[in-house]
Design a protein around this ligand. Structure first.
Ligand code: NAD
Length: 457
C-alpha cells in the first residue's frame, strides 16, 4: 500500500469538511457498531486462534466495552462538540468569548496486541467522534486479529476516511516518516520513546498509553477474602497480559502467610485453564522465554509449571521477594505475581516512589487514613481502592498514565478532547472603543491599568 497516497487522500477528504458534521460522525460510529456486531463470531474465532481467548473474555473485556464506548459517544457527541461560552474579562468588554472544538485532522492510531480489538478500536471511536480521519495500525503480533480488523474495516469504510494498514516495525516506521495531525500509541515504554521522537520531527501531538509496574498494597486492615478474590482475578485475567494488571503485591508482614494461603486457594477455585475457558496462552514463544527467566524456583510459592509447546504458564505466586529481585526490574506482563512483605508503610511508599510512575496502583484497606496516604503520596495513572482494574470499565474516567506510564488520556469525553483542538474566540462588539491601550500612554491610563491588572482580590 502506498502510505503517502493514503495520507494525501485522507487529508484531501478531511479538508472537504465532511467529517466535521456531527450527523456524519454519528453515522460513522453507528457503522462501526454494526460492522463489529455483524462480525462478532469472526472476531471470537480469530482471537481464539491467536491466543485462545474465550468468547466470554472477548465479549466482556473487548467487544462489550467497545459497544459501551460507542453508545456513550453517540449520546454525548452533540454536547461535547458544541461551542462553549467562557467568561469575558473586563479588558475585553463588551464582547463574547467562547471555544470551538475542532478535529485535529489526519490521525494515526497504533495498537498493542494484548487486547487487540479494544486497544485498536477504542481510540478510533474517540477520533471519529471528534471528527478526524483515521489510519489504524493494529499490532501485527496476533496475526489473525489484525487480518480480521483490516478485513472488517475495509468492507465497511472508505479508506479516505478510515483505513487499516497492517504490518510490523517496517510499516510503522514508514508511517512515522510522514506528517500526521495526531499520533495515538498504545504499547511499551521503549517503543513509546521511538514514537515520541518520530512525532517530534513533525511537531505532531501524541498520546502515549504505555505500561509499567503497577503495585497492589495489601494492608493489615483490609478485608482479606474480598482482597484476594479481586486481586487474583485481576492478575490472572488474560494470563497477566494486561497493562493495568497488578504487577506485584506489597503485603503487610502480619498477614503475609494468610494472604499467600488464600491466594493459592483462590487460584485453585478459579480454574485458570484453557479447557475451562478461563485462561489464555502467552502470546508468543519470545514472551514465554522471557517469562520463564523470571520464575526463580527458590521463590515459587505456588504454580511455576510451564508448557513451552502450548505456551501455557501456570498462575504463579512468588514469595520472599525484595525490590532487588530480577522479577522487580521490568513490567512482568504475564501470570507471575511476586509478593513482597513490608513492615513500615512509609518505607515501602518511598521504594515505590523511587521507581518510574506506574500506570495503576491498587490499595486494599479499610482505613481511611491509609487509603488517603497512599493516594496522596504516590503518583500514578489511575487505580482503585479495594478493587483492581475495574476503573477501566467506567467510561466516565479519563484513562492514561503519567510520567513513564504515558502522556495524555482517553475514554469518554477525555478521548474526545484528546482528538480535538479547542479554538478560543473573542468576538468583540463594535459599539464601544475604550482608549486605554492606545497611544498616548498617560499617567492616568497607567493608574487605571494598575488598578485593573495589578489588584489581588
Ligand atoms: P510494543 O511497544 O511492542 O508494540 C506496540 C505497537 O508498536 C505495535 O503495533 C508494534 O507493531 C509497534 N512497534 C513495535 N516496535 C516498533 C518500532 N521499533 N518502531 C515502531 N513501531 C513499533 O507493545 P506490545 O508488546 O504490543 O504491548 C505490550 C506493552 O504495551 C506493555 O508494556 C503494556 O503495558 C503496554 N500497554 C499499555 C496499555 C495502556 O493502555 N496504557 C494497554 C496495553 C498495553
Amino acid at each position: 500500500m502506498d502510505v503517502l497516497k493514503l495520507i494525501e487522500a485522507q487529508r484531501e477528504y478531511f479538508n472537504s469538511n465532511e467529517t466535521k458534521e456531527v450527523g456524519f460522525r454519528i453515522a460513522q460510529l453507528r457503522q462501526l457498531y454494526s460492522a463489529i456486531k455483524k462480525n462478532e463470531a469472526l472476531l471470537e474465532d480469530v482471537i481464539y486462534k491467536d491466543f485462545k481467548k474465550s468468547k466470554f473474555d472477548t465479549y466482556t473485556t473487548e467487544i462489550g466495552l467497545l459497544y459501551i464506548d460507542i453508545k456513550q459517544n453517540i449520546k454525548h457527541i452533540k454536547k461535547w462538540s458544541a461551542i462553549k461560552k467562557v467568561h469575558t474579562n473586563l479588558a475585553n468588554f463588551p464582547g463574547k468569548s467562547y471555544t470551538i472544538p475542532e478535529p485535529l485532522g489526519v490521525t494515526l492510531i497504533i495498537g498493542a496486541w494484548n487486547y487487540p480489538y479494544l486497544l485498536s478500536l477504542a481510540p478510533v471511536i474517540a477520533a471519529i467522534a471528534a471528527g478526524n480521519t483515521v489510519i489504524l495500525k493494529p499490532s501485527e503480533v496476533p496475526e489473525n486479529t489484525s487480518n480480521a480488523i483490516a478485513k472488517i474495516i475495509g468492507e465497511h469504510f472508505d479508506p479516505k476516511f478510515f483505513a487499516v494498514v497492517e504490518g510490523g516495525v517496517t510499516v510503522t516506521t514508514e508511517l512515522l516518516n510522514h506528517k500526521f495531525d495526531k499520533i495515538f500509541f498504545t504499547g511499551s515504554v521503549p517503543v513509546g520513546k521511538i514514537i515520541y521522537q518520530a512525532a517530534a520531527k513533525h511537531l505532531t501531538p501524541v498520546t502515549l498509553e504505555l505500561g509499567g509496574k503497577s503495585p497492589a498494597f495489601v494492608l493489615a486492615d483490609c478485608n482479606l477474602s474480598v482482597t484476594v478474590k479481586r486481586l487474583i482475578w485481576a492478575k490472572f485475567l488474560n494470563a497477566g497480559q494486561t497493562c493495568i494488571a497488578p504487577d506485584y503485591v506489597l503485603v503487610h508482614k502480619s498477614i503475609e502467610k494468610q494472604f499467600l494461603e488464600k491466594a493459592k486457594q483462590e487460584i485453585a477455585n478459579s480454574h485458570f485453564t484453557i479447557e475451562d475457558n478461563n485462561y489464555v496462552q502467552i502470546i508468543n514463544d519470545k514472551n514465554v522465554e522471557r517469562l520463564v527467566k523470571l520464575i526463580d524456583p527458590a521463590k515459587v510459592f505456588c504454580g511455576g509449571k510451564v508448557d513451552v509447546q502450548s505456551r501455557i504458564i501456570e498462575p504463579t505466586i512468588l514469595h520472599n521477594n525484595s525490590f532487588d529481585d530480577e522479577v522487580m526490574r521490568d513490567e512482568i506482563f504475564g501470570p507471575i505475581l511476586p509478593v513482597i512483605a513490608y513492615e513500615n508503610l512509609d518505607e515501602v511508599i518511598a521504594k515505590v516512589k523511587a521507581r518510574p510512575k506506574p500506570l495503576s496502583c491498587y490499595v486494599f484497606t479499610e482505613s481511611k487514613a491509609h487509603k488517603q496516604k497512599i493516594l496522596n503520596e504516590i503518583s500514578f495513572g489511575g487505580g482503585a481502592v479495594n478493587d483492581a482494574m475495574m476503573h477501566i470499565a467506567n467510561p466516565n474516567f479519563p484513562f492514561g498514565g503519567v510520567g513513564d506510564s504515558g502522556i495524555g488520556s482517553y475514554h469518554g469525553e477525555a478521548g474526545f478532547k484528546t482528538f480535538s483542538h479547542y479554538k478560543s474566540i473573542l468576538e468583540k462588539s463594535i459599539s464601544l472603543e475604550t482608549p486605554l491601550k492606545y497611544y498616548p500612554h498617560t499617567a492616568q491610563k497607567l493608574k487605571w491599568a494598575k488598578r485593573i491588572m495589578g489588584k489581588l482580590s
